[in-house]
Design a protein around this ligand. Sequence first.
Ligand SMILES: Nc1ncnc2c1ncn2[C@@H]1O[C@H](COP(=O)(O)OP(=O)(O)OP(=O)(O)O)[C@@H](O)[C@H]1O
Length: 598
Amino acid sequence: MVSSLSILASIAIIRSSFNEFIPQEIRSYIWEFCRRFSSELTIVVKESHEGSTNHLFNALVTYLGSNAFCSTSSSSSSSYQRRLTVGKSESMKVLTYGLDRNSEIVDVFHGIPMKWGYYADFNSTLHYESRWYELRFHKRYTDLIKNKYLPYILDMAKRIKDQNRMVKFYTTRGGRDGWSSKGQNLDHPMTFETLAMDGDLKAKIIDDIAGFIRGKEYYKKIGKVWKRGYLLYGPPGTGKSSLIAAMANYLNYDIYNLNLSAVNSDSGLEFLLLHMSDRSILVVEDIDCSIMLQNRQAGDHQQENNTQSSRPQVTLSGLLNAIDGLLSCCGNERIIVFTTNYKDRIDPALLRAGRMDMHIYLSYCTFSTFKQLAVNYLDIWDHDLFTSIEKLIKEVQVSPADVAGELMKNKDPKTSLEGLVKFLEEKKSEAKLQKPEIKSENNSLEQKAADAAFENNEEAESPKAQSTSPFENNYRVKEEFEPVLEAILSKHGDIAANCSLHSLQCRSSLLEIVCDIIQKLQATDLENLTEIQLESMLNSIQDLESMKLEVGWLRWRLEEIMQEMDKQLKGGSAETNQSNSNGKLNCFNSKSLIDGLI
Ligand SMILES: Nc1ncnc2c1ncn2[C@@H]1O[C@H](COP(=O)(O)OP(=O)(O)OP(=O)(O)O)[C@@H](O)[C@H]1O
């Protein structure tokens, strides 16, 4: 025992003297000579390659650095210890690690140990330090290393870097002035964990995004540019900007916030899009407010407005080409997000699949959204006051931003929830007060004025009275429709308040059509709904909208159903099929067609 210990000690002394007294060049020469007789091969990756930066070297810095803690030290025969360096740069959001000079580690790939060493040598005459990595491996793994391992390192290093770097936020300085040069670090705390959403919408969005980033090969196979468009629509304060921040944080993509009114020509727009990086999100907020991009059906009225504006601007066709024409192939892995409070004001050409692939409606606060906000803001999952809040939230229209604002006022759950109950009750009484002013008396002056305003196409504030019962409005519908109408008016307010038909009788008949559609959807499975039925419903909705009934919420649902149906008819996309192995439709297979509608 004693003798073997002394042998080991002697070996250690000899090895350290060898390293200490014999210069690096001679050591390398001796190792090289010995290796001639070995089955091991060595690859050397120097800092520069053929006179320029060696990307593989940089990839190794990132890849081996990120593995430094989990990988094992080199074999016990290694003459070096593993020493790590650590630091944080401004462009990274985490600490990053690296191997210190003369350190070795083993990375296991496909079950095979890959022995890496990192070395540096300072040339005092040239005042230059040369640095390199060495990979030692058995000759039989040569093909695996060449064809799989090294490309894998390049790819992984890119992903690690993208994942760790700060997300940047760029804004338009206008046309050829390009994007703000450096970009700001986007330090938005919103993530998919903290974003409150109704039902399974959040899971659907995450699934879609995940399918997109995994879809490189799929997009190549179908000959489509690797990009995806999302339209976020819904009332103010329902989380459209928050969803964009959550997407950016999830993907670690930079955001390019495009203010179309700051761009003064189609070529200016092209210039901007050409100067975006890959793996980024292009955001156009409030797209409906962008001049000259309104619905082409607006026709003359539109043209009139355009001629009034003398400043040259981006045109609709310019924007369509930019996001969908040849220009769009100049970038990869790009996401385009449009937001709007009024989906129906956007030209349908901008909304079609391929441009805006997923239309996401962000609704007023529901009880389920409120419960997620209560967890975020107050750390509570349940409370005695939840029952009253559930009832009130069905009766009034408040945005998640309103609710979040109330919950932030006090950290004590009871006080905070009491404040919210008070706020909701006030909203409810306000709505009740508004109602008679505008529409209780059929022949009142106010009613005539409101109708006249709409006839003249004036911008009149939509009286979103929060009626709790349809019968307070004097609407007369068939008995079988009464509960449905009550639910509609509770959730969406008086959708007939601005109707171009004046008599209660006529308005009631139109409301019956809405109730009938809802009842049909309620009673039908998606699988049993036919395209003809759906089209007929959409036609009715179009007619109702032309009479200024506020049924956009129902049309959007029908359009969503139509999109799903289309996908089904086309046999479903690869992405859809991936998560839809039982052949049912993704969006509506686990819930009724009217979930969240009333
Ligand atoms: N769904 C949500 N989940 C969590 N917080 C939310 C949500 N919606 C809104 N909020 C809160 O309300 C604030 C405002 O929301 P946000 O700016 O995302 O709404 P928006 O729909 O973009 O509004 P606008 O249409 O007026 O631009 C957010 O900073 C966030 O604190």
